[in-house]
Design a protein around this ligand. Structure first.
Ligand code: F6P
Length: 535
């Protein structure tokens, strides 16, 4: 890290140490304006999302240093460079142009002499036409999305988030795991004649997706009473890939295919044709609103004054909470059952992006990178793991996400839902000495220390725009932390070894090939071989 950056980083570490001696109670007692000053808004282009980060254990001095660090590292300039096609994915010599997927048709962007915006909008026009046709023909009653990682979590998140406020025109089921339980459960709800399979895979080499597509194709052929290579089969398959020719090679013939591009990472592909199932379910206009919400945050990231750039601020607070190693995990708690998939989606987005330890120059990082991302919906989490967050030995910063209105909500229950979210943030921040006057023996056990940080995001309602804005905000927080840590947030070399080993071990299981494994794995293989078919 260059000297001036290193000096600023040392100051951040000093602030982190200093802040340990401060309490949120003291910070609020010492500054009546704290809540007001540390509440900003994030616009989805239509409504404002309130973001209150005043319960984060950070003060003006620390924020000032973090902002200087961001300026010194050129974070927003680097962000604009990424949006303009810089090959930020330096280990794969690739751009990361997920922002181009939601750019306006009038935007200008070339990459390697290619008109990126033209390509994106030609594909969006194809998607619009196809989804309109499927919705109007009413031939298909069920869509089964077959994909994994970003080829599953994105479309599934949109589908779950919007299904309450918008009735899907066609029911969608999402199948990812190679554990065929998932696919069996989905197929049990489907009639072959009325089922459309959307096979999503950027590489079209992902074992789980190919296995599920193979089983689905066999199920369809049997159900329709045709051969596997019948043209009829292809009418029931759609392929979404950066490698659509590989689909045919892999035995998945489809009458329709849509492309994504090498410059879109799987975990950044929600704004692409990967979300086709949900686009068909809700209609293209809904998806356009979703893209508009994402675009609004992309624009704010580039045009806001740093002190008003809430996405930048939250990214810097992530650096302060996790980069300094003060905390190692972050909980995401949406107080909306419709966002039950958001923690899983963010696990891939954040941990697959920033779960790295080597800097651009090949040296080990000196800033901690991705926290462990986990979470669950409120209020369920209050009856599951909030005990540990209130009185455990590890402090876990929380993102609370709530909505002033939720579709079809009972208003009395909704008030209670939001009151619970506010109560949890308050109890975490300020605690209370719940001393039981009649029973001092357990007084220590009842103490709530407080001083546990959180950010509360409060949106008006869970619209496609708001959903898009929230996701783009998290994407760009990842970018901020990645730039400060000087890592590559856009490759994922760490997932390759497991895939290669699984093929070798599978061969050993089935062909009893020579033991190439360590004693433990070999012993487990032997036991599995004895157990798996015994009955
Ligand atoms: O986990 C590795 C990964 O490549 C993810 O980045 C990706 O979202 C997922 O597997 C699926 O990859 P594909 O879309 O190529 O099937």
């Amino acid at each position: 890290m260059a000297d001036d950056l290193s000096k600023l980083w040392q100051q951040v570490l000093a602030d982190s140490e200093r802040i340990k001696g401060t309490s949120l109670k003291d910070l609020f007692d010492g500054d009546d304006a704290r809540a007001k000053v540390m509440t900003k808004t994030l616009s989805d282009g239509e409504s404002e999302i309130v973001v209150d980060f005043s319960k984060q254990l950070v003060d003006a001095q620390a924020l000032k240093t973090l902002m200087s660090l961001a300026v010194q590292a050129g974070v927003t300039a680097r962000f604009t460079e990424m949006c303009n096609g810089e090959r930020v994915n330096f280990t794969e010599n690739q751009a990361a142009l997920h922002t181009a997927l939601r750019s306006a048709r009038t935007a200008k962007l070339e990459l390697d002499g290619q008109d990126i915006i033209k390509q994106v909008h030609e594909e969006l026009d194809k998607i619009q036409n196809f989804s309109a046709t499927v919705r109007s023909e009413k031939k298909f009653k069920k869509i089964v999305n077959i994909g994994i990682g970003g080829s599953d979590l994105g479309p599934a998140l949109i589908y779950g988030a919007l299904s309450e406020s918008r009735k899907p025109e066609i029911d969608c089921l999402f199948v990812a795991n190679i554990d065929s339980t998932e696919l069996n459960a989905a197929l049990a709800q489907c009639q072959p004649q009325e089922t459309l399979f959307i096979v999503c895979s950027k590489s079209f080499k992902t074992a789980e997706t190919l296995a599920n597509a193979r089983i689905a194709k066999q199920w369809l052929a049997t159900g329709l009473g045709v051969g596997l290579e019948s043209e009829v089969i292809a009418e029931h398959f759609v392929v979404v890939s950066a490698n659509t020719s590989q689909a045919r090679t892999s035995g998945v013939n489809a009458n329709h295919s849509f492309q994504i591009w090498p410059w879109v990472g799987g975990r950044y592909s929600i704004a692409s044709a990967m979300s086709l199932a949900s686009i068909i379910a809700f209609g293209f206009e809904t998806f356009k609103e979703f893209l508009a919400g994402m675009r609004s945050v992309d624009e704010q990231m580039q045009t806001s004054k740093p002190e008003d750039n809430i996405t930048l601020i939250l990214g810097l607070i992530d650096v302060f909470n996790f980069g300094t190693r003060r905390h190692s995990s972050q909980a995401v708690l949406p107080y909306a059952s419709a966002l039950r998939l958001l923690p899983s989606y963010l696990q891939q987005l954040i941990m697959e992006s920033n779960g790295k330890s080597i800097r651009q120059d090949g040296s080990q990082v000196d800033i901690a990178t991705s926290p462990i991302i986990w979470g669950g919906v409120g209020t369920n989490s209050q009856h599951a793991f909030m005990q540990m967050l209130h009185q455990g030995t590890q402090v876990v910063p929380v993102d609370f996400i709530g909505f002033a209105q939720l579709a079809n909500a009972d208003l009395v229950s909704h008030d209670a839902l939001v009151a619970n979210m506010f109560a949890q943030a308050k109890a975490l921040a300020f605690g209370e000495n719940q001393a039981d006057k009649n029973n001092s023996a357990i007084a220590e056990h009842r103490k709530m220390s407080g001083n546990r940080p959180s950010t509360t995001l409060l949106a008006k309602s869970l619209t496609p725009r708001t959903l898009g804005a929230l996701i783009a905000m998290y994407e760009h927080r990842v970018f901020v932390h990645g730039i400060i840590a000087q890592i590559n947030s856009f490759d994922q070399w760490g997932v390759e070894l497991g895939k290669t080993l699984s093929v070798e071990i599978n061969q050993q299981i089935n062909q009893n090939t020579a033991a190439v494994n360590d004693a433990s794995t070999k012993s487990l293989i032997d036991k599995y071989r004895q157990m798996r078919r015994k009955s």
